[in-house]
Each structure stands twice: as C-alpha cells, then as structure tokens.
Design a binder for this molecule. Structure first.
Ligand code: NDP
Length: 483
C-alpha cells in the first residue's frame, strides 16, 4: 500500500505542500521503519487554512440541513466501501491490529458521518409564545472550528469532530497528532469526493505549536481537543482568552468495580476490553480494577488464563489481537510506570516486559495488591497496564473509585440490579457501564467530568457544542416606553 500521502496538508479541497515546514517522519510501530514523511504547517499554510475555512463557511451554513446531511451520509457510504484500505492505513499509522481497525476506526467514523448527516435536517430553533407577542430561536453555526487530535484513534477523532461541526453548518480545520498524520487526510479526501464544497474540512499537520497557532487565531470560534489533561489546560486557557467555545476530551484513570456476585467471566472480559484493546491506549480505559477480596484470586487466575490467549504479533495478520505501542516514546513511558509499580510494592502477576525484536511491543501487564496511593493507581499510564485493587465494602470502594482528579468513565460488574444502578448513580464519571465496558456508540453522549473534560461528543448533545442559539423577539402591537 502507498503510505506516503500526496502532500502533507489538505486545504480548500486539495492537497497542499510547503516543504519549508519541519519534516515529520511517520513510523510504522510494528517495525520501527519510516513509512512516510510530512511537513509541519508553516505560518503560510496555517493562513491558507484559516482563509479557506472562513471563506467557505457562510455559504455552507446557509444551505439546508438536508443538503448538508446528504453529503455527510454519502461520505459515510464511501468510508464503508473503502473500509479495508482505510483500516490498513490506520494500522500503519497507529500499529493497532487490523482485527481492531477494520471494525472500530473507519466504521466508527462512518457512523458519526451517518448519524450527524441524518440529524442535520432536524436541527431547528423553537417558537415561544408570549401572549400575543412571541420569540423564536434560530440555531446557528459557530463559524470556524478547530479540531486537535490524539494519536490513538486518528480516523475516529477526525470524524467525531468533523461530522457534528459540518452538520451544524461550520467549517473545520483539523490538526492530527504529529505521531499519526495519515488518516485524517483520507477523511478530507472522502468528504470532497462525497461533494463537500472546498474549504470546509481542512487538515494541517504539525506539532503542538501548530495547534496553538490555530487556537489563538481570532478567526476561530470553537476548539475541540482530544488529548491529555496538561494539554487540555493549555488549550482551554488559550481558547478562554478569545472567549471561544470548547470541547475537551481528555485523559482518565477510570475504575471498574467487580462485586463478589459478578459473573467472573464477564468481569474478566470487561477488564480485558477496558485495559488491553489498542494495547491499552484508550482514554476511557478502566485501569483501576477493584475486585472484591472473596473472588480476587479466582479473578486473577482467569484473567491470566485469558491473557495467554492474546495473539501478539504482526498487526496486519487478522489473527493478531494485541499490537505494538504507538511509539518508542510511549513504550518507554509505560515501562517507566511498570518500574514504579514494582518499586512501590505492587505485585506483578502478568507480563511487565518489553518484547525483543522489531517494533515497540510489550506484554499485557497486570499488577495485584495495588493500593490507592501508588503512582500506577493515580496517574494515567496510557498503556496495557491493569491494576487490581482489593475491597470488601461498597461505600468504601465507591469513595476510593471517585478519589481521583479524573472522571471520564467507570464500570461495575454485579448481578444485583439495585446495586448496579446505585453505583452508576454515585460514580463521578461521564460514561458509566453496567456489566460491560468501553462501548462508544455514536448515539450516546461521550465525555468526561472533573479534569477529564468539558462538553460531550456524539449524540444529540454534541449539537449544543457545535451550534448556538439566537433569540428573536417579535412584538405584534405597539411598543411602550416610559417617556
Ligand atoms: P497530547 O495531549 O500530548 O496531544 C493531543 C494533541 O494536542 C496533539 O495533536 C498535540 O500535538 C496537540 N497539542 C499539544 N500541545 C498543544 C498546544 N499547546 N496547543 C494546541 N495543541 C497542542 O495527547 P496524546 O496525543 O499523547 O494523546 C494521549 C492523551 O489523549 C491521553 O491523555 C488520552 O487519555 C487522551 N485521549 C482522550 C480521549 C477522550 O475522548 N477523552 C480519547 C483519546 C485520547 P502533537 O502531539 O502533535 O505535538
């Protein structure tokens, strides 16, 4: 497959290059080999993107929702038709196994395009009667949106931000993570192929400073970031200066509570999906697994048996279920946390090592006897490291589960219906799971509480974050004045 893109950026409906930008090598995580190269956006490229997005937006916003939605739905169809090639590219970009990318990346992006495409025609204001006078509201676009992505779900993030932005009549400039610059260019290509007018979906490459230049530009009305909490703080602060709308999808350290009456097989499945999918590089992962002491050893035993079934290897092989880390840097960060876990007294019960050979591979890793104050129980690791913590009492485990700066997700496994809903109600987290984990359908709101974020992606809730209401007062009779 051709992994080198036609050019680095996609602006005003076409590929654009500026070789004066800093070169960025694209590395295939499974081999460590360079598979492509792009240039970071120069100020001239950023200017082109902003001009194109500004110029194109008004006409797009003035179209009917049906017309806008038709284009998004056509793009969804093209994405599904091209799912195989897009999945291979995503695997090159991220190292995630084809087994995952073929069902969770372009398909998830297509879902967002289809969902928000379908919703575009339904976006309306309302009529409010005030005696014989009345008010009506107009739902209007924000203008130019900037999307900034993380490297774990490049196609999905490019669509989760692009689809609602476009459905609401905005234009968007998307900056992928410098680690995974390839997939978003394909999203832009597909949208144009589906009939999206030039300038509405632009992609510019670059490091954090390119994102920062976009966020601070006065022509930008909204910023949506998927990234870490420290980056979120910076981007939110920069956006606040210009009073811009924001959506912040940030990190997590989410709990999964496994009660003594849980179906152990399901709870182990939840722990596996919530810790080892995408080699653990998922924001909503349930990395603190609180297991009732009555079933702890049975849980650990079954978890280890199931982990033995992980197929670690060539991500392009459809049988592979566990791929490499996205980069050498991320691998080293995760190994550093494993050292800390050992040094602070956690019991390593599975994995724990890098795997020799080509690429950035490591073993799925499980620690037991983890306590709340340990670094591995407090900080987001963003790798395949599961911590098992003991508990016996519901009130106690609830308080411990919520004792974190993060609030992205949380899960509970129990057969007790009342307890399940009570626990879900008490979780301080934006997305909660009962007897399941890490589902993210486009129909449901997704986002964090506390430091894990601001706003919601997906679902009808996203519309509120990509549009604004204007109230229009209408007086039917004469207007009174005091003098
Ligand atoms: P980072 O926070 O390092 O980067 C996120 C994006 O922000 C990148 O494109 C980065 O550019 C850019 N960026 C960095 N600094 C600035 C700045 N000052 N102004 C504007 N943009 C900037 O996150 P990672 O890419 O390492 O992704 C991992 C993180 O993302 C984890 O914390 C994870 O939990 C979170 N995440 C959250 C999700 C959610 O939905 N809540 C989903 C997926 C991931 P570059 O890296 O190219 O320099």
């Amino acid at each position: 497959m051709q992994t080198q893109p036609t050019a680095s950026h996609f602006i005003n409906g076409a590929y654009v290059e500026d070789t004066n930008g800093t070169p960025i090598d694209v590395i295939y995580p499974a081999t460590g080999e360079k598979i492509a190269m792009v240039y970071a956006a120069t100020p001239a490229i950023i200017e082109q993107a902003l001009t194109a997005a500004r110029d194109a937006q008004a006409a797009w916003g003035a179209m009917t929702g049906t017309e806008r939605g038709r284009i998004l739905r056509r793009a969804a169809d093209i994405m599904r038709e091209r799912n195989h090639d897009l999945s291979i590219l995503e695997t090159y970009d991220t190292g995630k196994p084809y087994q995952e990318t073929s069902v969770a990346d372009a398909t998830s992006g297509a879902d967002a395009l289809e969902y928000f495409g379908g919703m575009a025609a339904t976006l309306t204001g309302e009529h409010i009667q005030l005696g014989e006078d009345w008010v009506y509201t107009r739902r209007e676009p924000l203008g130019v949106c900037v999307g900034i992505g993380a490297w774990n779900y490049p196609t999905q993030i490019a669509c989760w931000k692009g689809a609602p932005a476009l459905a609401c009549g905005n234009s968007i400039i998307f900056k992928p993570s410098e680690t995974t610059p390839l997939s978003a260019l394909k999203v832009a290509e597909i949208l144009v192929q589906a009939g999206l007018p030039a300038g509405l979906y632009n992609v510019v490459q670059g490091m954090g400073e390119v994102g920062a230049a976009l966020v601070t530009d006065p022509r930008v009305d909204k910023v949506s970031l998927t990234g870490s909490v420290p980056t979120g703080r910076k981007v939110y602060a920069a956006a606040a200066d210009g009073m811009k709308h924001v959506t912040m999808e940030l990190g997590g350290k989410s709990p999964i509570i496994v009660f003594e009456d849980a179906d152990i097989e399901n709870a182990v499945s939840g722990a596996i999906v919530g810790n080892f999918y995408s080699s653990g590089q998922v924001c909503s992962n349930g990395t603190r697994v609180f297991v009732h002491t009555d079933i702890k050893e049975a849980f650990l035993k079954r978890l280890a048996e199931r982990l033995d079934n992980a197929v670690i290897g060539d991500p392009m092989d459809p049988d592979t279920s566990f791929g490499p880390m996205v980069s050498k840097r991320q691998l080293d960060i995760v190994l550093g946390y494993i050292d800390k876990g050992k040094a602070e007294g956690a019991r390593l019960v599975y994995g724990g090592n890098a795997i020799d050979g080509k690429g950035f591979y490591m073993q799925p890793t499980v620690f037991a006897d983890v306590t709340d104050d340990m670094t591995i129980a407090r900080e987001e690791i963003f790798g395949p490291v599961l911590s098992v913590l003991d508990f016996t009492d519901e009130d106690d485990v609830m308080a411990r589960a919520n004792d974190t700066e993060f609030g992205l997700a949380a899960g509970v496994f129990t057969r007790d219906l009342s307890r399940a809903h009570r626990v879900a109600a008490n979780f301080q987290a934006g997305t909660c799971y009962i007897n399941t984990y890490n589902d993210a359908p486009v129909e449901a709101p997704f986002g964090g509480m506390k430091n894990s974020g601001v706003g919601r992606e997906n679902s009808k809730a996203a519309i509120e974050h990509y549009s604004q209401l204007k109230s229009v007062y209408v007086r039917m009779g004469d207007m009174e004045a005091p003098f």
